[in-house]
Design a protein around this ligand. Structure first.
Ligand SMILES: Nc1ncnc2c1ncn2[C@@H]1O[C@H](COP(=O)(O)OP(=O)(O)O)[C@@H](O)[C@H]1O
Ligand SMILES: [Mg+2]
Length: 356
């Protein structure tokens, strides 16, 4: 029986994406920090293959990727039909409907953070946490996001875009004048998957080939010498930006292992930057958030060049959400605890959802 006084929150986790594993860790933390006295929890897992299952076990089962073996798992999916406004589940031979008040898509990368799931939720008329379809899709594409941010007068790294059908040698010739080292990125990836740094022509060629294994669109970008900072932005009409953090790298770049194990890198919170620089970073983060149409939340990442230049890097519309992740940590540094953050995100979603 559902408790009528509680809002039913469906947490989506996993996903048909290279970032499946990261999502499991983020979602387990979200679930751990949702106040059970306020919310009725519905857990929907999406396997790497894209199968949707309702899961009734605990958060550890998700964190440790054992959830699919749990006896509670039954086929379940989000209905696009508005009269359902919830999850359709196959219990034995019968269909059952669980109405949902709000969905928290804790999905990273493709098929989750890229507007696809957001589109389904908009069709279904169910409020959800985070950026809408268009904004999610724009932020997922580093090429398109960069062009819009540049048009808004914010510095971006000089880059070229290469498509799978383009001639590789021509692409290399066009990229070389940008100057080595160069960053090569699949346009729509995350967690540093498919990204390499090239110091010469051969590495550039190999890097482009490698990036094409992840996407049909590849960005080759000038290296920004300096360091990266992050802005945790929360809100819709009114925006709140938490303490800015800073990544101090020892190695080449913030790759997958560094992101999730911080082997040699360090996160400084607050960032070691003067107050005027912090103000300027926050101003730019707000402009970027608005230009890219973000809502609810996003983490806006920028570089501070050694020449003091503030350069856009990317926006994560569903940043990492583990208890050790940067977004919740930045919020905590600004006196918003993880459970309070959950409340605020859900409130924002319900408010925005009224217009769906
Ligand atoms: N133009 C650049 N100059 C310097 N470092 C970069 C540049 N682009 C990416 N990096 C490094 O690579 C990391 C991953 O790149 P990013 O564009 O943020 O991709 P992802 O979506 O995978 O996080 C960054 O955190 C940074 O360390
Ligand atoms: Mg990044």
């Amino acid at each position: 029986m559902q408790n009528k006084h509680k809002k039913t929150v469906a947490v989506l986790f996993g996903g048909c994406s290279t970032e499946y594993g990261v999502s499991l860790k983020s979602a387990a933390s979200v679930i751990d920090h949702l106040d059970e006295s306020k919310y009725e929890l519905v857990q929907i897992g999406i396997t790497r293959e894209g199968t949707w299952l309702r899961y009734g076990g605990n958060a550890d089962g998700i964190r440790e990727d054992r959830w699919q073996e749990h006896p509670s798992c039954i086929p379940a999916f989000l209905s696009p039909s508005r009269e359902v406004a919830g999850i359709v589940e196959l219990a034995g031979t019968e269909f059952r409907v669980t109405p949902v008040d709000v969905v928290f898509p804790v999905l990273h990368g493709k098929n989750g953070e890229d507007g696809t799931v957001q589109g389904l939720l908009e069709l279904a008329g169910i409020p959800y946490v985070g950026c809408d379809t268009l904004s999610s899709a724009i932020c997922m594409d580093k090429g398109i996001a960069g062009q819009l941010v540049k048009a808004a007068g914010i510095d971006t790294a000089a880059s070229i875009t290469v498509y799978a059908e383009d001639d590789l040698y021509t692409a290399v010739k066009e990229a070389e004048p940008l100057g080595f080292p160069l960053y090569i990125k699949p346009a729509r990836s995350g967690s540093s998957y498919g990204i390499t740094k090239a110091y010469d022509k051969l590495e550039l060629m190999e890097g482009i080939r490698f990036a094409f294994m992840h996407d049909t669109k590849v960005i080759v970008e000038q290296n920004i010498t300096g360091f990266e900072v992050g802005c945790a932005v929360l809100g819709d009409a009114e925006l709140m930006i938490a303490e800015i953090d800073e990544i101090e790298l020892q190695g080449e770049f913030f790759d997958y292992d560094e992101k999730y194990s911080l082997i040699s890198s360090k996160i400084h919170l607050p960032a070691r930057i003067p107050a005027e620089t912090a103000d300027s970073v926050m101003e730019k983060a707000k402009v970027i958030y608005r230009v890219l149409g973000c809502s609810g939340l996003a983490r806006v990442d920028l570089f501070i060049g050694e020449d003091g230049r503030i350069v856009f890097n990317e926006v994560n519309t569903m940043p990492g959400f583990t208890a050790a992740s940067r977004y919740p940590n930045m919020m905590r540094a600004s006196h918003i605890s993880y459970p309070e953050l959950m409340d605020r995100l859900i409130r924002l979603a319900l408010h925005k959802g009224a217009a769906l």
